[in-house]
Design a protein. Sequence first.
Length: 965
Amino acid sequence: MSEDDRAVKAARAKAMLKKRQAKKTGTPPSHTSGVISPVSERAFSPAPQERRPVTVSVDDQKQDLSDVFTGNDNGDASWLSTLPRASSPPPAPPPTAVVFSESAATSPNSATIASANSHLSPEEIVWLEKGNDMLNLQIEQLSSEKAELQKTRDSFKTQNEALNAELGQSGATNVNLKSENQTLKAELERMEKTKSSWASSESSLKAEMEGLRATLTQVQASKSNLQRTEDNLRAENKNLKSTLTELETEKAKVSQSEAVLKADYEQLRSDLTGKLSSTISKLEQTEAALEKQYGHSAELEQQIQQLQAEMEVSLRNEQQTISLLVSEKAALTSDLERLSSAESDAQEAERMLLEEQSKTADLEEHLQQLRSELQDSTNRIQSQELTERELADKERQLQISNGSLISTRKEAEKHRRRARELEEQIESDDRVDRLEASLKNTQDRADDLEFQLSKLKQTHSALKSERDELESRIQTVSEGEDGWKTKHTDLQTLHQNMEAQLAQAIAEKKDISNEKSSLQAELDTVQNALFLLQEKLTNAATELIASTKHLQAVQNEAKIANRRAEDAERTQKELQEEGTNLMHSLNEMRPKIVELTGIKLELTEKASELERVIQYQESTIGQLGLSLEEARADAEASEKRLRDLLSEREKEQLSAQDNDSDLQKAHSQLQMELDSAVASVRSFEADRAMRRNEAMQQVEEIARLQQLASAQSEELASLQHEIYRRQNDQSEDRSFLEVAQNEIESLRQEVALKDEELERLRLRTSTSSTFSDKPHSLKDELNDEVLSSLKLELSSSQSHVRSLEESLFDAEARSHALVKQVAALEDQLSTNQMSSRRPFSPLGGALPSRPSSRGSRPHSISGSQSIKPSTLARSAIEHNLSPETRHKRKTSLTMLKARIDSELAAASSRSQANFRALSPVQSESSTGKASDAGPIHSHYRSRPQFMDDSHVFWCSSCRGDLVIL
């Protein structure tokens, strides 16, 4: 044991003796004398002398507030109901781990303090950490409430200034409303014009759609004509193949069909080119109209957005004007009350004037001077009234700030008491420094608020004195009451004007609301018309796509007709080849005719009969030859014509293909532009639908969050109720435990006394056993009887102690289970609170780092009886201290260590003596009980650290450090 430890022990003993003497004499212990011992703000280290915050009681504050606001007894207090209530923080749950009842808190025994310092269970440490976290959250709530109070104070100031400014701007707002009304009328006219333009564009679109339908019918008619010509060509091909004799007729038919085909082809070509040109022009017109409509729709949307914004602005202005008119009405009512009082005063002045009419001639000059002074005084009175209003607003702000100060002080006192209790129990926790810093910040903020309150009191007193001076001036000026009549009439006219203005403003408001409703209805109609036009645009786009498809089909059919014409030409060539074959066959028939002539010469017998036939045949053959030559000439001419026609058709086909390619390119471009326009319209509609869906989802999410918030608030209320119930049960268990501990201590003292008596009796028996040769006397027998009775009493007391220890163990187990349940409930409540406050709390990222410190803390507590702070925290704290405070801290630590070591040595020696004095029955039972109970209630069997309950006293009025007297 070092000298520093002995010094600490001696200082603590002196302080306890002085405290006991002060308690016996009845004088309260002084707060200034003494040595500063373990600071509640740090673990086993004294803090430098700090300025103690000025604690003002609630009664003093009430007296100050009544002194401050005595001059405004007749004021209207209805404005208090209109003020928003400041959100009060939830009540902090009382400590449940090692916090005792109020009687125990004022004077706890030394055993419980020693066990709290050296034998804390892990569950209690976890609970204390949670209590520390709750204190941090409550301190943050206090700081946030203070910031909110300051914000409300600033907002009240700004609102007061804004109201003063808006009183002068009421006429300007009326002018603005009129101008906005005119602008809205102009917008209505513009909307009507746009509506008429939309109707004209719709009619033009309908006409274009009808033209497109007519072109489609013409294309279908041309298609039917082409089919008919195809059927005719097929019939002609069949007729050409049937017989050779009908070649000429077939050629004529072919020429006719070619002429018809050519005419049809030219007609088709002209029709198609005309229709294509008309459709292209119409497509261009529709595209231009679509572009115009898109631009116009964009302009309409912009105008609608502007109208909506202007309507919102007008609504806000209307609300502002309504509030201004209400405030003006209140001011006018107050003016009317003042006017009524002024009227009564004027009546009294008139009575006095009737009495003093004889003196008016002498006092006319004086009256003129008084009138000039009265005009000045009226101006001053108006300024004074403005200052009085400002003073009333400041008084309201003072009352609000005083109420918030009282609540914050009460909560700060609660948190300080709670912090002191927690600091005595958690001296080894590293996060106590954060709690100290936050408490210091709250104290500084409370000091700042007190300083601001004193400033406000000073300003209030100054304004009060100014008000008294002004009242005295008003009393001096009120002697000349002649001007009140004129003032009364002026005020009456002003009141009438204000009422007329108010009625006019109400009528204008009604007109504006009616115009707003009409504008809203017109806007709805315009939106509906816009939707209808968009649908018509989509229908027109679909019809354009269908018309383009029909045009492509007609082009394909024209190509098929060209192919059929080429097939007809091929068949014609085949027919010509067949005619040449027939001519060859006729040439082959000529030798047969020669043979027939030879046979005719040989058959002279039949010549007479057959000459006529032969002549006839020769004439027919000659005719046939002429006809053949003519047919050949005609065939050659027709072939030339066909070749010319084919060349012309090929040229025309090439030009038509070029034109078709150009038309297809233009049509594809138009189609792409139409597709892009339709895609943009569809994307716009999809975006609109997406936004609507998002808005609906947001509304549903808001409703869901509100339901969750209500459910969480209900769960929090139920959990808090459960926690309070469990805490009440735990406090009852603690009171029972305290009673049991006191009984155990008294029984232990009795056991110690009886052990001493047993030791004395054993010494006597040992001395008497040396003389065992002698006969036993009556005294020895009495001693034996007394010793046996003492042993019986000792065994009975030991059995009673064991029963009490068993009941204590049961109560401890129940309290331990309750502590676990309360800790689980507080964990659930803190998780609910953190989950509800996580998007808004600034300490959301610092809390999850606690489990590591919690997990490592029980090992350090179970391993050593005296909890030592970490070297890092100690070095960080000592670095900011002065050399004197370091020296004081070192001496106090050494003294404390010496006392703790000496007390532990004394306790161990006494426990060894008690163990030697116990009987074998107690040793067996104690070992059995110890094996059953385990380390749960082992610290209750240890001797108290500070000798006796009478050594340590608790002062409820102490603040900050623990003072040893």
